[in-house]
Design a protein around this ligand. Structure first.
Ligand SMILES: C[S@@+](CC[C@H](N)C(=O)[O-])C[C@H]1O[C@@H](n2cnc3c(N)ncnc32)[C@H](O)[C@@H]1O
Length: 495
């Protein structure tokens, strides 16, 4: 399909879901309005978002000097469709003197308070870093002509290459980012990066709990958090010292890093309940290669053979889901662009617990579907700890997934940054009278408006959420693990 035709189809779709307002409707509201292309968005939490817009026409501010760069600050909710590359219109008023005096930076542009941001045209798909020509050919459904990749309206008109930003030579021959920045642009971009780092440092500081004994400087990076959490669970719940074979249910485990730690690296049986596909990182594939080299030898010790066979379950699982995973990745990348459908946007939006019984009773898939060849022909396989991926959301025991979980009789339920599933994990563990450990993360107050803290207030902040969860049972304990980010563990052991 030619690009022009494609754009029309995509535009019609976007209009269908109400994200595009081409006509005069967006010009109302009485205040001054401007239109332009979004260059950068920084969401600082509910109620504060900064949107940098390159406007079509210069904004006339009190200072007199017209400028087409607007630094828009808004307290309104800004939808995900407002992203770099999208064309928007917005109402604006110049920030007052007091507000300007508190500002730490002074970039060249108009600092304005914005409201009623309306998307005129969704971001072009090529404005999304990581969208590749092969992906479009494979999953784009003919909506975009992949030959447009790298054209004037492609990626190249957006972000600066990170190597260029650091003052280094870019060594990636396929890099589609810009390398042509002037000294002035580089200076501004570096200042902007420094401001972003400072904001992030302040956010970490603001969130730090006084009870957390681990100093920021001593904490491990988030990427090792799964290993630390798994080791802590193994120790706390005695998963390897128990006389019987134990089973952990890792709920909302994402692509499976935590489950991999339990199962492959600690030899603990595991069921992962998660709607996303399992994937293996290059490091995990390297682990599999090493385990195979050692475990497949004639004279391999039983422990080495079992570790290898456990990793085979993962490779099978990931390979079976590979195509679906790539498709889902593409949907996530392009969800708020010109080619997205309503279904795509729904698929990537955070979901609330369903009220519809048919959703709770829905059929789900289990992986691996087939026994890996290495396991099928091996006598030692009977001793291999099991691993199953139940590809579904978990909301309550009163559901088809809940029934499955009850039949599997897990000893412990765990959830690392389990988003909407966090409360469901605790409720299920209390109902089953088994141990649990969760590391709460996002609160989602708009998805769970009925939640109340013990004092009757709404549950909107992270600390409200912790208080709300702890109030579920007096046996719930708290501790902190030494990794960066949200590291507070709520747990309960059962004798
Ligand atoms: C922030 S990610 C964390 C993934 C992983 N635990 C980690 O730490 O990297 C949250 C995950 O929760 C999953 N999720 C959200 N609601 C869920 C539910 N009701 N049941 C199961 N998984 C859910 C999402 O699919 C997503 O993978």
């Amino acid at each position: 399909m030619a690009t022009m035709g494609v754009e029309r189809v995509a535009f019609a779709r976007a209009r269908q879901r109400g994200t595009v307002v081409r006509a005069r409707a967006d010009e109302g509201g009485g205040g001054r309005r401007a239109r332009g292309t979004v260059r950068r968005v920084a969401r600082m939490g509910r109620g504060l978002t900064f949107v940098d817009v390159e406007c079509d026409d210069a904004l006339k501010t009190r200072g007199g000097r017209g400028t087409s760069t607007a630094f828009v600050k808004t307290s309104e909710r800004v939808g995900r469709g407002v992203r770099p590359g999208a064309r928007v219109s917005f109402a604006w008023t110049e920030q007052d003197e007091a507000e300007r005096a508190t500002r730490r930076d002074d970039r060249d542009g108009a600092y304005v308070d914005g409201s009623e941001i309306v998307i005129l045209d969704p971001a072009p798909v090529m404005s999304v870093a990581n969208v590749r020509k092969e992906m479009l050919e494979r999953f784009g459904g003919g909506l975009i002509d992949p030959s447009s990749v790298g054209s004037a309206r492609g990626m190249s008109s957006f972000g600066l290459c990170k190597a260029t930003l650091r003052g280094e030579q870019c060594r990636d021959p396929n890099c589609v980012r810009r390398h042509d920045a002037s000294d002035e642009e580089l200076r501004l971009a570096r200042e902007s990066r420094e401001r972003a780092r400072e904001r992030s440092r302040r956010a970490i500081e603001a969130e730090r709990s006084d009870d957390d004994p681990h100093g920021e400087a001593n904490k491990e990076a988030k990427c090792v958090s799964d290993r630390l959490f798994a080791e802590w669970c193994v120790e706390t719940f005695g998963l390897k010292t128990s006389e019987k074979d134990t089973l952990v249910a890792d709920i909302a485990g994402g692509s499976g890093t935590l489950s991999f730690e339990f199962h492959v690296n600690n030899g603990v049986g595991c069921v992962l309940v998660e709607p996303r596909c399992v994937s293996l990182t290059p490091r995990q594939r390297a682990t599999w290669n090493n385990l195979r080299r050692r475990g497949a030898r004639e004279d391999a010790k039983p422990a080495a053979r079992e570790a290898w066979l456990r990793s085979e379950l993962w490779v099978k699982c990931a390979d079976e889901q590979n195509e679906t995973r790539m498709k889902e990745h593409f949907t996530r990348l392009t969800a708020y662009t010109e080619i997205a459908t309503d279904e795509d946007v729904n698929a990537v939006s955070a979901a609330a617990p369903p009220s519809d019984r048919s959703v709770l009773d829905a059929h789900f898939e289990e992986f691996p579907r087939a026994v890996p060849r290495a396991i099928a022909g091996c006598d030692a396989a009977v001793n291999v700890a099991p691993f199953t991926h139940v590809r579904a959301e978990f909301w309550s025991l009163d559901s088809s997934v809940g029934e499955k979980l009850k039949r599997m009789r897990p000893d412990v339920l765990v959830g690392m940054h389990a988003d909407q599933a966090t409360e469901a994990i605790i409720d299920a563990a209390l109902a089953l009278n088994v141990g649990f450990a969760v590391v709460p993360c996002c609160t989602f107050p708009e998805l769970f408006p009925h939640r109340r803290t013990p004092t009757g207030g709404p549950v909107s902040s992270y600390s409200d959420f912790i208080e709300y969860l702890c109030a579920k049972d007096p046996s719930i304990q708290r501790t902190f693990l030494p990794f960066k980010g949200r590291n507070q563990v709520l747990f309960r052991t059962v004798d």
